[in-house]
Structure formats: structure tokens, C-alpha cells
Design a binder for this molecule. Sequence first.
Ligand code: GN1
Ligand code: CA
Length: 135
Amino acid sequence: GPNWVTLNTSISDKCYHFSKNDKNYAKTVQYCDKKGGTLVIIGSEAENNMLWLAMKDLRGNTNNNRWLGLMLEHSGSSYTLEWIPDPTAPTTYTNFFPGEPNNNNNNEECVQMLKADGKWNDMPCSKTQKCICQR
Ligand code: GN1
Ligand code: CA
């Protein structure tokens, strides 16, 4: 549909959708599913940069922090990562902001991309914000 875009196909052939409404993480998962996709999986710095530049350039939209398809399981000071649309997807590439993920208030298991610089931050899954879907 018209809401899905390909970006630089030399980086990825996937189509992406940048949502317009703020939703918590569970509702966001349902939203991407209903659109025929999933939350986005980011596999490389090139893909991350492409998405960050795209979300800054959206016409008629202010720039926003956006949910990614990445969740954390914290265990003390360590954590494991999972791309929830595909738990077999590699989690070798990450782009967390320095000091993140910090599991603030012991309650941050969902990951957002920051509008300011494309870096990632763990956030409470109950927070509402926009997202990036893929298909
Ligand atoms: C935010 O606003 P503060 O400091 O409580 C953010 C955290 C970040 C932190 C970085 C709910 O927490 O995920 O790690 O900024 N949490 C929320 O300074 O916004
Ligand atoms: Ca955090």
C-alpha cells in the first residue's frame, strides 16, 4: 500500500512503514501485524542510518522516537536481546546510546530509536510512541 516505502534497495529490499499514532508496545505489535508486517528488525549500521534519515525526512510529520522490534531481558547488570518478529535474527549489531540500556526503574524491556541521533534506548513497554514496521 501507499504507506509502505522501500528506501535504499542496495541496503535492504524490505518495505518500511512509519506509523502516525502513539501506541504502547503490545498495541504496536498488533498494529504492524494488522498492516501485514512486523515491527522492524535492524541488521546493520547502514540499515539503521537509512531508517534514521528517513524518519527525519518524513513530510508532514514531526520527527519522533520510534519503537523497534527489539526487546531485552534484564538479569542484574546483564541482559539478553531478542528481535521479537524473528527470535533467530542476529543481535550482533546494536546501536545503544552510551549508558544504555540502563533498565531505568527496573522497568525497561522495549527498545526505541532516538530521533536525535538514531541511537537506541530501552524504555518501559507501557510508554506510547510511534514505530517502524517492516515487511
Ligand atoms: C529517561 O527521564 P528519565 O531519566 O527518568 C528514559 C530512560 C533513559 C533516560 C536517559 C521513561 O529516563 O529510558 O535511559 O531518560 N525513560 C523514560 O537519561 O523516558
Ligand atoms: Ca533506558
